[in-house]
Design a protein around this ligand. Structure first.
Ligand SMILES: Cc1ncc(C[n+]2csc(CCOP(=O)(O)OP(=O)(O)O)c2C)c(N)n1
Length: 658
């Protein structure tokens, strides 16, 4: 291995040496603790330390790094106090996640680190968002994100690299090419030989380096960082290395040919660098021993502190409170009485536009939303008013863009992301349910993102453009779900969703866009999320519903001889339990109506809650009416039969007669 110090002083070379041995010595200790059952799973980075240490040292301290499971050297080089790191490994309070997540699954904005979630690939879109914020603020900073070679098979890699290329984001994608993804050799993961071949395919630069040579890593990353700080563009770095231990400690290395192990053992990053420093007279045996002993002592002391700390007690209230970033709602009222007639679609457009005016950092992203004004023309004229940096047409990649939303949030910016149709959110599902939803609970970072969801049927759009998919998200703690049924609520709840620092899925029924209108305030205003509304007072029976269901219920109430109370939930998470209880007490009979298919729909949860909490007020069973449990068919008659409206009256009569 050839080391080229390229202008590095002896002091710097020794510093890199010390930084390099810290993760190795920690790991040696951790492997002992693992055998003693004192820590959980361990993913070894032995043999790959030069990549993390070289990269971290090449960047400025406030430049963000998104490490993966073999990058202990990032955490140590960024000087995370070792006792806190070990406390994190043990699930203790002085770690970074209050015992809620393990190992490297945490971020620390103080250290410029955004840790991984288990799902490979998701971190790369987040890196794009961080880099975008840096670029928009003209901070001249790079963002570095890691991935293993196996993880690049995920679509997230393609999406994130492509977005970074199209948007010219200063991201260093650092691929650790270590030969295996768990037991699968690279040859079964991809057929190209090297990642550098991919760079030109994406129209970006790529460079292959010896990942076991700390100076190669350091100088390469430094060079690219300097370049792309000035001239923002992504770069793909392929660091060749080898995984010297099992995927994680329990899984062994039986499937790895012995010859490969032997070949790579000779390329050990620490032994080779040490020999070089000794040969050059920069290091000597005494200094080497002294350094090791000092580091070992620091490790032992930190372990003692972490071990002495008790396992945290759990407090249900704190657990539930920490789900969301604290957001005390302050209703903003319109400043004047001015109002005008607006269709549902215009009300949404108005709310979004006024939010863009109010929040200068807010970025709006989506497919065809700029020049074209969006599939439903919500953002027509925005581009001229707010400029292309804030009104961002995106490539067709839901996952990377939602990940980028989280990255923007980490950098203190709000974002609104338009799904062209709510159906396509399935392609960004992971980012929502695993990244946006869990980030605050896990490490206290807010995910200040609103996802706009043009949803619903009745427009002859078939199985992939008409779904009701709110229940997919209802089940995932950490998200808020808002679903207005009229223009006034649509504007006031969209603005409130944007003001709220938590992830909100905002459902907009497409059939309402141009079919209803109302006179609503011209000024900016917000309405409180989580509050239902009584749309119509009644005595005999309550229909609890939301979205288009409110309109079906009204149609029925208008022609019915019964006195029907209609409750519009407006927010599905959190939903208004007190209003539900109030109406159950009043009428004693409840029908829950939703456009979503019946099984597993939100109605099931509300019904269960009523049975459990309001049983004594009920004069009949809680009845649910939803769509057929099939995909949504295209043809008019089929769609009509699928939707619940045709069965509503009969069900209501049965309930009244009960
Ligand atoms: C989306 C997803 N699928 C599968 C896994 C399980 N898994 C964890 S690590 C891993 C192998 C990763 O290989 P690579 O990206 O090359 O990184 P390495 O472990 O070699 O450093 C797999 C399959 C996962 N964590 N996430």
């Amino acid at each position: 291995m050839k080391f080229q110090p390229k202008g590095l002083s002896k002091k710097q070379l020794l510093l890199l040496y010390e930084e390099l041995i810290i993760p190795r010595l920690i790991e040696e200790k951790m492997l002992i603790l693992l055998r003693q059952g004192k820590i959980s799973k361990w993913f070894s980075g032995i043999g790959q330390e030069a990549i993390s240490v070289g990269a971290a040292n090449a960047l400025q301290d406030d430049e963000y790094i998104l490490p993966m499971h073999r990058n202990l050297g990032i955490f140590t080089s960024r000087k995370i106090p070792l006792n806190r790191l070990f406390a994190q490994f043990q699930g203790k309070l002085s770690g970074f996640t209050k015992g809620r997540d393990r190992s490297f699954h945490f971020g620390s904005t103080d250290h410029g680190i955004v840790g991984m979630i288990s799902h490979l690939g998701a971190q790369m879109g987040v890196a794009d968002g961080i880099a975008l914020a840096q670029k928009l603020d003209d901070r001249k900073k790079v963002t570095l994100v890691f991935t293993g070679d196996g993880g690049t098979s995920e679509g997230d890699f393609h999406e994130a690299v492509n977005v970074a290329a199209v948007w010219e984001l200063p991201v260093i994608f650092l691929v650790e090419h270590n030969g295996y993804g768990l037991s699968t050799p690279s040859s079964q993961q991809f057929v190209f030989k090297n990642f550098v071949e991919k760079g030109p395919g994406y129209g970006i630069a790529a460079e292959k380096i010896d990942g076991n040579n700390i100076l190669s890593v350091y100088t390469c990353i430094k060079k690219w960082a300097q370049k792309i700080r000035k001239d923002p563009k992504p770069v793909l770095i392929e660091a060749m290395t080898f995984r010297m231990r099992g995927h994680e400690e329990a899984s062994g290395t039986k499937y790895v040919p012995k010859s490969l192990m032997e070949e790579w053992a000779k390329k050990d990053p620490i032994e080779n660098y040490e020999s070089f420093l000794l040969k050059e007279g920069i290091l000597n045996d005494t200094l080497k021993l002294e350094t090791k002993e000092r580091v070992q002592k620091e490790i032992e002391e930190a372990i003692e502190i972490a071990f002495a700390e008790d396992i945290p007690e759990s407090n249900t209230e704190t657990e539930l409170t920490d789900l969301y970033f604290p957001a005390s709602h302050q209703e903003i009222r319109p400043q004047t009485d001015k109002s005008s007639k607006k269709r549902f679609v215009d009300a949404i457009s108005d709310g979004l536009k006024q939010s863009l005016e109010r929040n200068k950092g807010l970025v709006f992203m989506g497919q065809d939303i700029a020049e074209y004004g969006g599939a439903f023309k919500i953002s027509e004229g925005y581009l001229e008013e707010f400029g292309k940096e804030r009104i961002r047409n995106t490539p067709i990649c839901e996952s990377a863009i939602i990940g980028a939303g989280l990255g923007l949030s980490i950098m203190g910016r709000k974002s609104v992301i338009e799904m062209q149709f709510a159906d396509f959110v399935s392609c960004g599902f992971n980012q929502i349910v695993n990244n946006l939803a869990k980030t605050h609970y896990r490490w206290g970072q807010k995910a200040d993102v609103v996802i706009r969801m043009p949803t619903g049927a009745g427009v002859n759009a078939g199985p992939f453009h008409s779904q009701s998919n709110e229940a997919w998200f209802f089940h995932t703690p950490g998200l808020k779900i808002v679903y207005p049924s009229n223009p006034r609520d649509a504007k006031g709840l969209l603005t409130a969703s944007i003001e709220d620092p938590n992830p909100v899925l905002f459902f907009e029924h497409k059939k309402l866009y141009r079919s209803i209108s109302d006179t609503i305030p011209d000024d900016f205003y917000t309405l409180e999320i989580g509050k239902a509304a009584i749309v119509r007072e009644g005595e005999d029976v309550s229909i609890i519903t939301y979205g288009y269901g409110v309109h079906w219920a009204q149609e029925l109430a208008n022609k019915s001889s019964h006195s029907i109370e209609i409750i519009d939930l407006r927010s599905l998470m959190p939903w208004d339990k007190s209003m539900v209880e109030q109406t159950v007490r009043k009428t004693g009979k409840v029908l829950i109506l939703h456009e979503d298919t019946l099984t597993g729909g939100i109605g099931g949860e509300i019904s269960a809650w009523i049975s459990e909490n309001c049983f004594e007020y009920l004069d009949g069973p809680v009845v649910r009416v939803g769509s057929l449990d099939t995909p949504i068919p295209f043809s008019t008659k089929l769609e009509e039969n699928f939707l619940p409206n045709g069965r509503l009256e009969e069900k209501l009569e049965q309930l009244i007669d009960f």
